[in-house]
Design a protein around this ligand. Structure first.
Ligand code: 3HC
Length: 311
């Protein structure tokens, strides 16, 4: 591409200007945004599945209502993000086909099973807690539509995290048996939540460029560390033990140092061989097929309304 155009573009990014869909942008900038935003959208939609299977089994009406609202929010986040991706010239059908064919990635975390009700609290507290750490900097992303979508999403995420933590607090204060359920959920969700932030900085192939284009404002390891520092005290407040024998507080740096992440497991899950990958994609394919009549009906209705208006 023309060096002068590239320099002018980078100057706009450095000046903290928002890049809008109709502005000139390097093809690689567009491509990496379609990649990240569409995978983010897929993550929101697939993320509805692990929680969805507990809506009918929530222990009280209050918990059922909160879980329903949260799952519905995730669906809405998916729509904002697909719409932001579409401003870059891809269609919803194309993106959906990439997900359903297994070509597109979505967050590894959603390939784990939700075995007990405590998992629903752990997802709110840990998964949405991690998502908030990752999404708040994205509110300042250089691409306008993505940054505006994130501002809306972050408002709803804080409710998701708080309702999850409050659910666990109540369980930890209820009975020994319920507290053990919470400890079991923490044992299963802690490490996969750390993996949500992506590979270590040395193995992250997009970070350098994404930081230069101000898509990413912090590196994967920086955000992971922020999450650990914020979450370990919360676990201690619940009276829980983190499933990491190497975890220790470094008085000098003020950070919690943690053990080695199992990158083998991360790669296996990202490659499609996690505990629930097949089940998640089957569920999405089934929903897409069973929803075809709704899409056709709404298109037919829109066509009829357009014809009536033009008649
Ligand atoms: N799961 C699956 N794939 C992952 C991953 C994860 N946890 N972490 C990284 N990857 C993939 C990347 O997509 C990239 O593969 P690709 O080139 O095929 O896209 C590869 O691993 C290398 O990773 P990089 O660090 O180089 O990639 P990025 O610079 O894109 O960083 C990211 C990864 C931090 C996840 C970044 O893409 C991002 O911030 N995405 C937007 C936020 C997001 O998707 N959050 C996760 C889930 S959303 C959520 O939790 C919703 C909540 O409401 C529950």
């Amino acid at each position: 591409e023309d060096a002068a155009l590239l320099a002018a573009f980078q100057a706009r990014v450095d000046a903290e200007e928002k890049i809008e869909p109709n502005d000139w942008m390097p093809e690689a900038y567009r491509k990496t945004l379609v990649r990240q935003i569409s995978q983010h959208a897929h993550s929101e939609i697939v993320g509805m599945l692990p929680e969805g299977n507990w809506i009918s089994r929530a222990p009280t009406l209050k918990r059922k209502a909160a879980l329903l609202a949260k799952v519905q929010d995730e669906g809405g986040h998916g729509l904002y993000l697909y719409s932001a991706a579409e401003t870059l010239g891809v269609s919803r059908e194309e993106l959906t086909e990439q997900l359903l064919s297994g070509k597109a990635k979505y967050s590894s975390i959603f390939n784990y099973p939700t075995l007990t009700w405590a998992d629903i609290g752990a997802i709110g507290w840990l998964v949405d807690g991690a998502a908030i750490m990752n999404q708040i900097p994205l509110c300042r992303c250089s691409f306008g539509p993505y940054s505006r979508a994130m501002i809306r999403v972050c408002k709803e995420e804080s409710f998701h995290q708080r309702q999850g933590y409050e659910l666990l607090l109540e369980m930890c204060r209820s009975s020994e048996e319920q507290k053990e359920m919470v400890q079991d959920a923490l044992n299963r969700w802690w490490w996969p939540s750390l993996m949500m932030f992506g590979p270590s900085d040395t193995d992250s192939k997009h970070s350098a460029q994404s930081m230069a284009w101000k898509i990413k404002r912090f590196t994967n390891d920086e955000l992971r560390q922020k999450f650990v520092d914020a979450t370990v005290p919360q676990a201690h407040y619940l009276g829980l033990t983190l499933p990491d024998p190497d975890l220790k507080f470094n008085e000098e740096t003020g950070h919690w140092e943690y053990g080695e992440i199992d990158w083998e497991e991360f790669s296996r899950v990202v490659a499609g061989n996690g505990p629930c990958n097949r089940e998640r994609l089957d569920a999405r394919r089934k929903a897409w097929d069973e929803g075809a009549w709704v899409r056709e009906a709404s298109l037919a209705y829109a066509e009829k309304r357009r014809n009536r208006r033009e008649a």
